[in-house]
Design a protein. Sequence first.
Length: 89
Amino acid sequence: MPVGKNDLTIGKFWMPFALYEWEGETKWGALLERETRHYNLAASVNYNDTLHSANAYFRAGRSWSEKLTLGVSLSTGKGLSYGSVHDRG
């Protein structure tokens, strides 16, 4: 649903990690996204079904042209990828 200039998703969705949702699993949570002509931002807080804990993901990117986009993704929380031992990315 639109919230001002942002989009809010509440439910189960793909993790916003890397440009093409590299994190290949879905989790329950809340996702806030904003996209402009050149910039995109995404932040989410999610529930990890496997470990019964919280995970957080953040992605920011900038498109320089149709073929060049650069960005950074961050994540934190126990078991952020398929319940693994990893707790940050």
